[in-house]
Design a protein around this ligand. Structure first.
Ligand SMILES: Cc1cc2nc3c(=O)[nH]c(=O)nc-3n(C[C@H](O)[C@H](O)[C@H](O)COP(=O)(O)OP(=O)(O)OC[C@H]3O[C@@H](n4cnc5c(N)ncnc54)[C@H](O)[C@@H]3O)c2cc1C
Length: 504
C-alpha cells in the first residue's frame, strides 16, 4: 500500500507549506527548514536513529501503511554499519560479518539472494609474540581450550567477572606454568572484549555468557565485497531484491534533542513531541528510540521529558557499553604467506616498554587479519579494544600510521618481508557523539543491579498506550551486540506499534 502511494506522487506535503521531493528509493534530505511542524494528520511513528534497528522498524511500519518519519543525526544512514571505499574495494568499518545462520534474521533476509559467503578456507592462525617469535599453534590451542572449557563448566549464577574467573583458573591449573601465560591471557581477554580495565564493575560478567545466544552455522559470513550496507537495500526491498521498494522519509543531519512524551490533544488522546537540535518539532502518536546505550548514558536526562522512570535509568547506567576500533592497513604488496590469515598478538612486558606513554595504544592491538574481498588482497585490519582504542582515537592519522609502522617493524620483520604501508583508515567510535562506543554487554554492575535488556526495552506508556518504544541492539535479551539483534528489535517495536496504532 505504501509503495503504491509513493509511486504515484512525486512530492509529498509535510505541513507549513513545505513539500519534499520523493527520491527513487530512500529519501534523504539535508537542509529542511527548522520550523516544520506536523499538525494534521499527526505522524503515526517517528523513528529516532536510522541504523539497522531504525531502518528495520521503518521498513515494517511503512509497509504496514503507517505514516512514518526517520530522524537521523548523522549525514548518513547505517549507524554502526558503515561500508567505505578503501584501497580499491569496500571495507566495513563497523559491523562486517553476519555471525551465524540459525535464528539469525540477517541471514534469513540475505540467504534467498545468495548475498553471503563463508571464508572459503580455514584461517591460517598465527600466535605471534611481540618480539616476532611464534608460539606453536598447538600450545596456543591447548591453553585456549583449557580456558574455554573452564568457562563453559563454570557456575555462572553469580556476579563474577570473566577476568576474575580466568585468574582463578590460571592459579589452580598447570597452565599457570606455561611461559608467558600472562601474554596469552591478556590476548584472550582483549579478543573476548572482557572489559573492566579501569573499573572492575564494568568487566564482562560470567552470567552474561549464558544469556547471550550464539547463532549456530558459519560465524564469519561476509557480503562478497558489497559491504554490510547491502542489508539496507534488502530491508527496503530495493531492486533487484524487489520491484516494489519501501521508501520511508528519512531526514539526515537531524539530531533529536528531546522527546516530550506525556502530551494530550484536545480529545485527550496521547501524543509525543519530538524536538530536534535545530528547533524542528514533530508531533506523532509514538516514537521508537534506537539511540545507543552509550548516547543514553550521556544524555537521557536531557533527552526525555518527563524524565525516565528509575528502572529504565538503572538499565542505562548499569548495562556495559564498550569500544572496539578497527584500523585498516593497505600495504604495497601482500607479504604474508597465505590468506585468510589471522595474526594474534601476544605482548611481552619488555616489548611494551619500547613504546612511549603516547604510543601505549599500539601495545593494545591484539589482532591483524586479512579480509575476504577479492579486491583487497593487500589489506590487513587491526583490532584494538578498550582503553587502547580510546587513546588511539585522539591520535592523528599520521600518528596512527607511525604507530602501526612501529608495530609491524617490531613484530613481523623477523619472519616476513613486510612491504610499505600505503594508506590507513581508522575508526573513532567512542568519539562519535551519536555512537559513544560500539557495543552493549553484560557486566558485573549489570548483574549486581538487576539491569536487563528486557527492562530497557519496555515501552513508556501514557494513558495505557505505548508512546515511546525502545529498539537497538542493547534491547535484545539474547542477540545484543549484533546486527541481527538490532534488526529483530526494530521489527519487534514496529509490530508493537502496528498493533496498537491500527487498533486505535
Ligand atoms: C566496529 C564494529 C564492529 C562490529 N562488528 C559486528 C559484526 O561483525 N557483526 C555484527 O552482527 N555486529 C557487529 N557490530 C555490532 C553492530 O554493528 C551493531 O550491534 C548494530 O549495527 C547496532 O544497530 P542499532 O540500530 O542498534 O544502532 P546504531 O547502528 O548505532 O543506530 C543508532 C542510530 O541512531 C543515531 N542517533 C544517535 N543519537 C541520535 C539523536 N539524538 N538523534 C537522531 N539520531 C541519533 C545514530 O547516528 C545511529 O545512526 C559491530 C559494531 C562495531 C561498531
Amino acid at each position: 500500500m505504501a509503495g503504491i502511494r509513493i509511486g504515484i506522487a512525486l512530492h509529498r506535503y509535510i505541513g507549513n507549506g513545505v513539500f519534499i521531493r520523493r527520491g527513487k528509493h530512500i529519501q534523504q534530505f539535508r537542509d529542511l527548514t527548522s520550523t516544520i511542524h506536523y499538525r494534521s494528520p499527526k505522524l503515526d511513528v517517528v523513528v529516532i536513529g536510522c541504523g539497522a534497528s531504525g531502518i528495520a522498524a521503518l521498513s515494517k511500519l511503512q509497509e504496514a501503511g503507517l505514516n512514518v518519519l526517520g530522524l537521523e543525526a548523522l549525514e548518513r544512514t547505517g549507524g554502526r554499519i558503515h561500508s567505505l571505499d578503501f584501497a580499491g574495494g569496500l571495507v566495513d568499518i563497523g559491523a562486517a560479518w553476519c555471525n551465524g545462520e540459525v535464528n539469525n534474521v540477517v541471514y534469513e533476509l540475505a540467504a534467498p539472494y545468495d548475498l553471503l559467503a563463508g571464508p572459503g578456507a580455514k584461517d591460517e592462525e598465527w600466535f605471534i609474540f611481540s618480539n616476532g617469535t611464534v608460539m606453536p599453534t598447538g600450545d596456543a590451542q591447548t591453553i585456549r581450550n583449557k580456558i574455554t572449557e573452564a568457562i563453559d563448566k563454570a557456575d555462572k549464577n553469580n556476579t563474577k567477572s570473566i577476568s576474575e574467573f580466568i585468574l582463578d583458573v590460571v592459579k589452580k591449573d598447570p597452565i599457570a606454568d606455561v611461559v608467558h601465560i600472562q601474554s596469552f591471557i591478556e590476548w584472550y581477554e582483549r579478543d573476548n572484549n572482557v572489559g573492566g580495565q579501569d573499573d572492575p564493575r564494568k568487566a564482562k560478567s560470567l552470567k552474561g555468557i549464558e544469556e547471550k545466544e550464539i547463532c549456530s552455522g558459519e560465524f564469519w559470513l561476509h557480503w562478497k565485497g558489497k559491504g554490510f550496507q547491502t542489508l539496507f537495500d534488502v530491508l527496503l526491498k530495493k531492486p533487484p531484491y524487489s520491484s516494489n521498494p519501501i521508501t520511508p522519509t528519512i531526514l539526515l543531519n537531524k539530531p533529536v534533542s528531546s522527546i516530550n512524551w506525556q502530551l494530550e490533544d484536545e480529545d485527550g488522546k496521547p501524543y509525543v513531541e519530538v524536538v530536534c537540535a535545530d528547533g524542528a518539532k514533530y508531533e506523532t502518536k509514538a516514537v521508537i528510540s534506537t539511540v545507543t546505550v552509550g548516547v543514553l548514558k550521556e544524555s537521557h536526562g536531557q533527552f526525555f521529558n518527563p524524565a525516565l522512570p528509575s528502572d529504565k535509568v538503572n538499565c542505562i547506567n548499569n548495562l556495559g557499553y564498550g569500544v572496539f576500533d578497527k584500523i585498516h592497513i593497505e600495504f604495497a604488496s601482500t607479504w604474508w604467506p597465505k590468506s585468510p590469515a589471522r595474526f594474534r598478538i601476544l605482548w611481552k612486558e619488555e616489548d611494551k616498554m619500547k613504546f612511549s606513554a603516547d604510543e601505549k595504544w599500539v601495545t593494545e592491538i591484539y589482532e591483524l587479519r586479512t579480509l575476504e574481498h577479492p579486491n583487497l588482497p593487500k589489506v590487513l585490519v587491526a583490532f584494538i579494544y578498550g582503553k587502547g582504542a580510546e587513546q588511539a582515537e585522539y591520535k592523528s592519522l599520521d600518528e596512527v600510521k607511525a604507530g602501526i609502522q612501529k608495530l609491524v617493524d617490531l613484530i613481523f620483520r623477523l619472519n616476513f618481508e613486510v612491504s610499505e604501508i600505503k594508506s590507513i583508515e581508522r575508526t573513532k567510535w567512542r568519539k562519535n557523539k551519536f555512537a559513544r562506543g560500539t557495543h552493549s554487554y553484560r557486566c558485573v554492575a549489570t548483574e549486581e543491579s538487576g539491569a536487563s535488556a528486557t527492562a530497557l526495552s519496555t515501552p513508556l506508556l501514557h494513558k495505557g498506550v505505548p508512546v515511546v518504544c525502545f529498539a537497538g541492539e542493547a534491547t535484545s535479551p539474547k542477540h545484543y551486540n549484533s546486527v541481527h539483534g538490532a534488526v529483530e528489535t526494530g521489527f519487534r517495536e514496529a509490530d508493537r506499534l502496528i498493533q496498537t496504532i491500527t487498533r486505535s
